[in-house]
Ligand binder design. Structure first.
Ligand code: SF4
Ligand code: SF4
Length: 64
């Protein structure tokens, strides 16, 4: 299943992805970077399109 994965080194913790995720799967860890709850994420890709830093990507996680 496809899941969103964030590159915390590129993330600027703007919160755009968290605000737009329809599942509420993203939280901002200590104001530093976005963390995706892989159990809740459905891989819709909204966060990937919305992220201004290009840090969050939806990847195929068939083996996860
Ligand atoms: S892919 Fe969709 S469900 Fe998963 S974290 Fe991004 S916006 Fe939320
Ligand atoms: S939209 Fe991108 S830069 Fe902003 S918090 Fe989410 S992953 Fe980080």
């Amino acid at each position: 299943m496809r899941k969103a994965v964030n590159d915390k080194d590129r993330c600027v913790a703007c919160g755009v992805c968290s605000n737009q995720c329809p599942r509420g799967a993203i939280s901002i860890f200590k104001g530093c970077f976005a963390v995706v709850d892989e159990v809740v994420c459905v891989g819709c890709g909204i966060c990937e399109k919305a992220c201004p830093a290009g840090s969050i990507k939806v990847n195929d996680r068939r083996n996860a």
